[in-house]
Structures are given as structure tokens and as C-alpha cells.
Design a binder for this molecule. Structure first.
Ligand code: FPP
Length: 221
């Protein structure tokens, strides 16, 4: 969800306000994805590296997350949204951890769509946590399946489509292992402006791709 800061600067607003507008986009996008039959959507909300931002911005984001969870969880239950988090949750403020736990518990029956929020998330860190967990368990030989199971994303399929907003053309430490065969879509649109028409463009682009997974065109037809 990149571009909140630039969107705020362009509109003469604070970065915190940019994030607030960014958070407002989420509900509509989840609904649209749900209506289209998308079963899992992951939102990269706070990276491991984002801890290095000015403390007032980090605080504003943590408060925004708490507000989002507390104000939206009733609606999530009604709409069949299951809420989950990936990342180094233990680094988050205790109150936010509590809100996350409660929201996960409350929404666990949601069967229309799973909304995964990546918080304090970094893929390299996730991979190292997984490796160290396997070492501690004394696992001798690691297969792809065993490694998949050790990641934060163990319960979720690999993404089919990655959308990055704001004209940045990089992965920024996001699901490096899981993205092996994901289709990538980049747009210059800033996240607070990412609306139904923008989502449609991304889905149309995705639907025109031929996913060969290393095979030939004839094999996958
Ligand atoms: C990147 O834009 C965005 C973030 C670091 C925060 C994203 C968080 C939210 C949209 C709100 C909270 C999330 C939930 C799930 C309620 P940036 O600040 O890097 O923008 P810039 O590159 O234009 O400065």
C-alpha cells in the first residue's frame, strides 16, 4: 500500500493523514475482491524496516491499526472476512497484539475471504525465523513442503498476483520465497487513489497473462 506519504504531500496534508486515507481504501478493496471470488488478500501495512521511520509516524500507524481493528471487526464478522496477521508480531505494542489476537479469534469463522495483514514483516526475517525454528526442532533435511509449513504463511497459498502501487518497481522484502511464480503488477497510482477502476485494470492485466510455471505454452493450454 505504497504512496500514502506522497499522496499527503501532494494534498498538503500530514503523512499520518495520508496513512489514514490509505486505511480508508482497504474496506472497499476487500469487498471488491470478495465479490470477485478472491479468497486471500494480503496487505503490506508495516515492514520490518518501517520501524526505522520517525517515532511519531510509527506511533500514528500503530494507533491507526488499533483503531482499524476495533472499529472494523464487527463488520468483518458480518461480511465473512477472516482476519490474520503475518510478521514479527511480538515486536508490536502489547495493546495492539491484544487487539490482533481478539480480532483473529472473533473472525476465525469468516469463510468469504481471508484478509492477511503483514505487520512488522520482512521476508528475510521470516525466512530466518523459519530456518531457526526448524533447526531447533532438529529437522535434518528440509523439503519445500516442510519449509512452506515453517513460514508465517503456512496456512495460505502462494499469491497469484502482486500489486505494487506508487510507481516503485521493487519487491521490498515481501514474500521473497512465496512470490516465485506470482504475476507482478506495478502502477503509478498512489495507494489512497487505488479504487475500483484501478483494481479492475490490475485484474484485466492478470487475466491476460499466460502462467506457464516453467512449462511450454502447449502444455498449459
Ligand atoms: C507506505 O506508504 C505505507 C505504509 C508504510 C503504511 C501503510 C498503512 C496503512 C495504509 C494503514 C494501516 C493499515 C491497516 C491494515 C489498517 P509510504 O509512507 O511509504 O508513502 P511514500 O512512499 O509516498 O512516502
Amino acid at each position: 500500500m505504497d504512496g500514502n506519504g506522497r499522496w499527503a504531500a501532494e494534498n498538503g496534508l500530514s503523512r499520518a493523514e495520508g496513512h489514514r486515507r490509505g486505511a480508508e481504501r482497504i474496506e472497499e478493496i476487500i469487498e471488491l475482491c470478495k465479490d470477485r471470488g478472491v479468497k486471500f488478500i494480503t496487505l503490506y501495512a508495516f515492514s520490518d524496516e518501517n520501524w526505522n521511520r520517525p517515532s511519531d509516524e510509527v506511533l500514528a500507524l500503530m494507533q491507526l491499526l488499533r483503531h482499524f481493528l476495533v472499529s472494523k471487526r464487527g463488520g468483518m464478522v458480518e461480511k465473512g472476512v477472516r482476519f490474520r496477521v503475518i510478521g514479527d508480531v511480538e515486536r508490536l505494542p502489547a495493546e495492539l497484539q491484544k487487539d490482533i489476537k481478539e480480532t483473529q479469534e472473533l473472525t476465525k469463522g469468516g469463510d468469504r475471504i481471508t484478509m492477511i495483514v503483514a505487520l512488522s514483516y520482512g521476508s528475510r526475517q521470516e525466512i530466518l525465523r523459519a530456518v531457526n525454528g526448524l533447526i531447533q526442532k532438529g529437522v535434518g533435511e528440509v523439503t519445500q513442503e516442510i519449509f512452506d509449513e515453517a513460514l508465517d504463511t503456512a496456512d495460505f497459498p502462494d499469491p497469484d498476483l502482486l500489486i505494487r502501487t506508487s510507481g516503485e518497481f521493487r519487491i521490498s522484502n515481501f514474500m521473497l520465497w512465496q512470490l516465485a511464480y506470482t504475476e507482478l503488477y506495478f502502477t503509478h497510482t498512489l495507494w489512497p487513489d487505488f479504487d475500483e477502476a484501478e483494481l479492475e485494470k490490475a485484474i484485466v492485466s492478470y487475466s491476460q497473462r499466460e502462467r506457464r510455471f516453467g512449462m511450454t505454452s502447449e502444455q498449459v493450454k
